[in-house]
Write a protein that binds this ligand. Structure first.
Ligand code: PMP
Length: 426
């Protein structure tokens, strides 16, 4: 069956809400390359939305998963646990930034990790409010939709939402929003909507993912850390998209030198196997009673085996450092492209291998060029590329290559991107 036939079959039986960006059906994938059912090859700059940090089908991950499958695939960690889950928790506790004693818990998706972090924060503080940021993305479940700071497509048609969720502006230099203004908005929230003593948690992405790859200024993260310490609020850092070496640090919040109270992790943790975690200060993590956290599949033995292999590779193959080099390599091409098209590219944002360009018209940051972004995404497969968009106005192209991507594949992919961009811009 070809791509078109498969897409027709899918459209008959899949709810349109679970759409697909590309009508390109995958046959196989290896490291940074994907082949479709028609034998066409693509360079994958999306890694399944920041998941396959060690590339597709890394032999070490495949071997670990096969070994586990030969032993057993599920017992439920809440019934009969197994060593790999304990070893993974030990590893994550050790890797999480800061010196406090920490514990971990496992669930399956990013949204679930965020839900559980909020549950833990509420149980630990006895408070109800949660503050999140405009443009942030935290998931598609009821609570995480409420936390997400973007209406379409995530929240439209889906209310009512859980209460006691509040939003404040996220600082973005390009759009003239400063850290000071965000902090003023936060203080005003405490006067207008909720007393600071009723706030259980503040949740923030250290670099907004779906929102457009805007890094949170260090000054904001440090001010939030101070505020949370002073007011007994739990600081939750959502590292679901930024974690596991992606940004040239193991966790992006290390850049600001802060220790979060709770960190949510998913995506890159297990190379494509459904696993997510909350890792945080032991006193907070132990607030919920036994049985209050978890789920049937949380910490699946297959996913834990994959995660241990992924973490081993990140360490042994120095993938955190490699992410930094990848950022430099992409920067050479993208900065040059910006020089060539200053009216169309307002900014090149690079945090290791979390890379984006923001597209505008007339060189004006306030005139998002969503149309060009959509055309680039639509045309990418013809140029042998898998690309993703993001951004509050859908006008950001993001590059999330595998941290194991080969130099010549970066060069080839960037040449192709330059070509598609030039063809559409002219
Ligand atoms: N938080 C962040 C920062 C994310 O990027 C995502 C997914 N894009 C989520 C939460 C939700 O993760 P999931 O789709 O696995 O539920």
């Amino acid at each position: 069956m070809n791509n078109q036939q498969l897409q027709q079959r899918k459209q008959k039986v899949f709810a349109r809400g679970q759409g697909n960006i590309y009508p390109v059906y995958v046959e196989r994938a290896l490291n940074a390359e994907v082949w479709d059912v028609e034998g066409r090859r693509y360079i994958d700059f999306g890694t399944g939305i920041a998941v396959c940090n060690t590339g597709h089908s890394h032999p070490k991950v495949v071997e670990a998963v096969k070994d586990q499958l030969d032993k057993f695939s599920h017992t439920c960690v809440m019934v009969n646990p197994y060593e790999s889950a304990v070893a993974l928790a030990e590893k994550l506790v050790e890797l999480a930034p800061g010196s406090s004693d920490k514990k971990a818990m496992f669930v399956t998706t990013g949204a679930e990790a965020v839900e559980n972090a909020v549950k833990i924060a509420r149980a630990a503080t006895g408070r109800r409010g949660v503050v999140a940021f405009n443009g942030g993305f935290h998931g598609r479940t009821n609570l995480t939709m409420a936390l997400t700071g973007k209406i379409t497509p995530y929240k439209h048609l889906f209310g009512p939402f859980t209460g006691d969720i509040y939003h404040v502006p996220f600082p973005t230099k390009l759009h003239g929003q400063s850290t000071e203004q965000s902090l003023v908005a936060l203080n005003s929230l405490f006067k207008v909507d909720i007393a600071v003593q009723d706030v259980a948690a503040i949740i923030i992405e250290p670099i907004q993912g779906e929102g457009g790859f805007y890094p949170a200024p260090k000054s904001l993260l440090q001010a939030l850390r101070k505020l949370c310490d002073e007011q007994g609020i739990v600081l939750i850092v959502d590292e679901i998209q930024t974690g596991f070496g992606r940004t040239g640090k193991m966790f992006a919040c290390e850049e600001a030198g802060i220790e979060p109270d709770l960190i949510t992790m998913a995506k890159g943790i297990a190379g494509g196997f459904p696993l997510s975690a909350v890792v945080g200060k032991s006193a907070l993590m132990d607030a919920p009673l036994p049985g209050g956290l978890g789920g049937t599949y949380g910490g699946s033995p297959v996913a834990c085996a994959a995660a241990l292999a992924v973490l081993d590779l990140i360490e042994k193959d120095k993938l955190v450092e490699r992410a930094q080099q990848i950022g430099v390599q992409f920067g050479e091409y993208l900065n040059q492209l910006q020089k060539q098209f200053p009216d169309l590219i307002a900014e090149v944002r690079i945090s290791g291998a979390m890379i984006a360009i923001e597209l505008v018209t007339e060189g004006n940051a306030n005139l998002p060029n969503t149309a060009l972004t959509q055309q680039l995404i639509a045309k990418a497969p013809e140029y042998g590329l898998i690309l993703l968009a993001c951004g509050f106005y859908g006008n950001v192209i993001r590059f999330l290559p595998a941290l194991t991507i080969e130099d010549d594949i970066i060069a080839e992919g960037m040449q192709q991107f330059k070509q598609v961009f030039t063809d559409l811009a002219d």
